[in-house]
Design a protein around this ligand. Structure first.
Ligand SMILES: Cc1cc2nc3c(=O)[nH]c(=O)nc-3n(C[C@H](O)[C@H](O)[C@H](O)COP(=O)(O)OP(=O)(O)OC[C@H]3O[C@@H](n4cnc5c(N)ncnc54)[C@H](O)[C@@H]3O)c2cc1C
Length: 385
């Protein structure tokens, strides 16, 4: 076993840090509650970082998932939020694996150059919740392609994206053998859709630029379909291991930010005539948080390593997402406690990062469903959902 980081990871980490240094805490604070970090995303794009996992023949960096995850980790570790742009990396896997050669040639170079953003994916619907096969958004075949109608909730970055990956039903639920059948994935061109797509901002605890998206008979050409009609849910599930590994990396980045910030404050802040970090009650939660983050990071790297070798990575990807989101949340609490009242000051960034990292236990998939996956698919217990 070799635990040393490959030079490519060092290089991407350094390149990402160089961009992040230009966007400090003030930048992220000023964006709250719901402004989009346009300049930051442009800077990452210009540095070629958001195109890292796009194959070189389509104008990208041609990296694997492990290397791409270093970029997201570094953004969060630097005090920023990868949520501004992570969807491009989550969604790309689906396009790379299931998109046609024509779709890749048409879309990927423009995405790699930043000319077109693929930052939005619309899966969640209010009534269906985590039970995705119950979604009601439907796509009907027409002579030219499909007409999509429905309502998506919680679509992050839809107002800042040119393209959106949409999951829609192409065969009614009652006509399919298995609940996950009959769903299809489409790349919707939000600019071309005109008034048939309406986007309404959703106010939320974190700045993910989330919105509701109303699809009112959106006409898309036949080549908007990604992969095989009716197999969209399976195509989506295929990409989930990548998504979970990337989320784990973001959590590790957050966790390290909290641990560093807490350790520094515990060393510098003096109360009762000595640094607060000299008290075990302050020091040990930070040390424990550090241990949990580092352990989660090992599982994240193992999952990414398996994924990049094309080996089954489902167990490790789910473990990594669970462990890393729990570790970053514990680190967030240790950091907030260490800061006392100062943790609640906006200018210290702790309260913002605290809110931001909390999301990872719930979205894009809640940890209960991750546990259900581990219970059923890794440990062979009966289905619990
Ligand atoms: C900030 C943010 C950004 C988001 N961005 C996007 C996006 O870009 N695109 C998108 O499609 N979606 C997005 N989402 C939605 C997100 O994916 C969902 O919120 C998430 O999958 C959980 O679904 P839900 O909210 O419907 O919860 P529900 O399904 O209603 O579940 C509520 C709670 O019950 C639990 N639960 C439900 N059933 C079971 C069971 N059988 N066993 C155990 N526990 C269960 C869940 O774990 C959860 O804790 C976003 C959400 C947030 C908060």
């Amino acid at each position: 076993m070799d635990f040393s980081a490959p030079p490519e990871h060092e290089r991407l980490g350094a390149a990402t840090r160089a961009v992040c240094e230009r966007f400090g805490g003030d930048y992220w604070q000023d964006l709250e509650p719901d402004s989009y970090p346009e300049q930051f995303v442009t800077a990452l794009t210009e540095a070629g970082l958001l195109a890292a996992p796009i194959p070189t023949e389509y104008g990208g960096g041609g990296t694997g998932l492990a290397a791409a995850s270093v970029i997201l980790e570094t953004i969060n570790r630097s005090g920023g939020s990868a949520s501004a742009c992570h969807a491009q990396m989550y969604v790309l896997g689906t396009l790379l694996r299931h998109g046609s050669e024509e779709q890749k040639r048409r879309l990927l170079p423009a995405i790699a150059s930043g000319e077109r953003r693929l930052q939005a994916f619309g899966v969640t619907e209010s009534a269906a919740g985590s039970d995705t096969p119950l979604i009601e958004t439907a796509a009907e075949r027409t002579e030219a392609g499909y007409t999509i109608s429905g309502h998506k909730a919680w679509v992050s970055r839809a107002l800042h994206s040119d393209l959106m990956l949409v999951l829609a039903r192409t065969t009614p639920l009652e006509q399919v053998e298995r609940r996950g059948d009959g769903l299809s994935l489409f790349i919707v061109d939000l600019r071309a859709a005109g008034d048939s797509v309406r986007i309404r901002k959703t106010e939320a605890m974190v700045n993910h630029a989330t919105s509701e998206v109303f699809l009112d008979g959106v006409e898309v050409p036949a080549d908007a379909l990604v992969g095989v009609e009716g197999q969209g849910f399976r195509h989506l599930l295929d990409g989930l291991n990548a998504e979970r590994i990337l989320i784990a990396a973001e959590c590790v980045g957050d966790g390290r930010w909290f641990v560093d910030k807490a350790a520094a404050y515990a060393t510098e802040r003096e109360v009762f005539g000595r640094p607060i970090g000299a008290n075990q009650g302050v020091q040990f939660p930070i040390a424990r948080a550090h241990a949990a983050v580092e352990a989660a990071d090992l599982v994240r790297h193992k999952a990414a390593w398996l994924f990049d070798r094309g080996e089954p990575a489902g167990a490790e990807a789910n473990l990594a997402k669970l462990l890393a989101s729990e570790a970053s949340w514990h680190a967030a609490n240790a950091c907030l406690d260490t800061h006392g009242g100062a943790g609640f000051l906006r200018r210290n960034d702790v309260e913002r990062k605290f809110r931001e990292t909390r999301v990872y236990s719930v979205a894009p998939i809640s940890n209960n469903l991750v546990l259900a996956h581990i219970g059923r698919h890794v440990l062979g217990m009966p289905r619990s959902y």
